[in-house]
Write a protein that binds this ligand. Structure first.
Ligand SMILES: Nc1ncnc2c1ncn2[C@@H]1O[C@H](COP(=O)(O)OP(=O)(O)OP(=O)(O)O)[C@@H](O)[C@H]1O
Ligand SMILES: [Mg+2]
Length: 243
């Protein structure tokens, strides 16, 4: 049995009366590729923020490779790379600087960080812009930089909050290929998405969340074979408000 990479037990996070995450329990094993699906407001980002220490939760526990994210955060945070839903880059740093600083937070020596940063910037096609600040990047390029930042300290777990939202097809396929490659090499990936195609193509495990609770989870192949996945996905889509 693989190690438990992320262990969430009875997690609850409320905003006033609203339970954004409601008694949620979930185990992600090392090497897995989890697609975390759910409608707007389902609690996906709040769950991610609880895992990564970006919000204080009310009850339950989250562990990363057995270490508690609250009492042992110095151990857990370097093990995670987060590609957030919103662009939150430092406007006073160059693109290269964003990556070198990020690596520095996790104790990666500068020379090593530069090598890794350049490798990632080259791969994601923004190497030529490395001396500029991020405001000069297009929306898709900012998403590439967020991905580079999540990866620069070589974390064991990569958490991606809608990484392909708003990207063009070429970048989407490039991100997919890259994620598949690093997952095959052993990285544990936890990805939220609204795209069924993305979940089908990439994941090994699918978890669907609605109103802060898990409504379906299991092996993707099994869920696809018995059509449970598309049924649940359609149910959720039908519930979405018309625009
Ligand atoms: N800082 C906050 N203060 C108050 N309510 C919040 C806050 N952050 C999130 N919420 C609420 O918590 C619920 C879950 O939000 P969350 O961002 O986790 O959803 P999500 O599944 O990531 O949705 P989306 O697909 O739109 O990104 C929503 O009802 C949201 O309005
Ligand atoms: Mg979200």
């Amino acid at each position: 049995m693989p190690n438990e990479a992320i262990t969430i037990q009875n997690l609850t996070k409320s905003y006033g009366q609203l339970k954004a995450v409601d008694n949620l329990s979930l185990t992600v094993y090392e090497g897995d590729f989890v697609a975390f699906l759910g409608p707007n407001g389902a609690g996906k980002t709040t769950t991610i923020h609880s895992i990564t220490g970006l919000c204080n939760f009310n009850a339950g526990s989250v562990k990363i490779f057995g270490h508690d994210v609250v009492s042992e955060y110095r151990k857990t945070r370097p093990m995670i790379g987060l590609c957030p839903q919103e662009v939150n880059l430092d406007p006073f740093l160059s693109i290269e600087g964003v990556l070198i600083y990020q690596a520095g937070y996790f104790g990666v020596p500068k020379q090593k960080a530069i090598v890794k940063a350049h490798e990632l910037l080259r791969f994601f096609g923004i190497y030529d812009k490395r001396k500029q600040d991020f405001r000069k990047l297009s929306g898709g390029m900012k998403r590439r930089l967020l991905l580079c930042r999540a990866l620069v300290h070589d974390p064991k777990i990569l958490i991606l909050d809608e990484p392909t939202a708003g990207t063009d097809l070429e970048l989407k396929y490039q991100i997919w290929a890259y994620l598949q490659k690093i997952n095959e090499e052993g990285k544990t990936i936890f990805l939220t998405t609204h795209y069924m195609e993305e979940a089908e193509k990439l994941s090994k495990t699918v978890v669907i969340v609605d109103q802060g609770r898990i409504v379906l989870s299991g092996n993707k192949e099994v869920l696809l074979k018995n059509h449970t996945l598309e049924q649940k996905f359609l149910e959720m889509t039908r519930k979405a408000p018309a625009v």
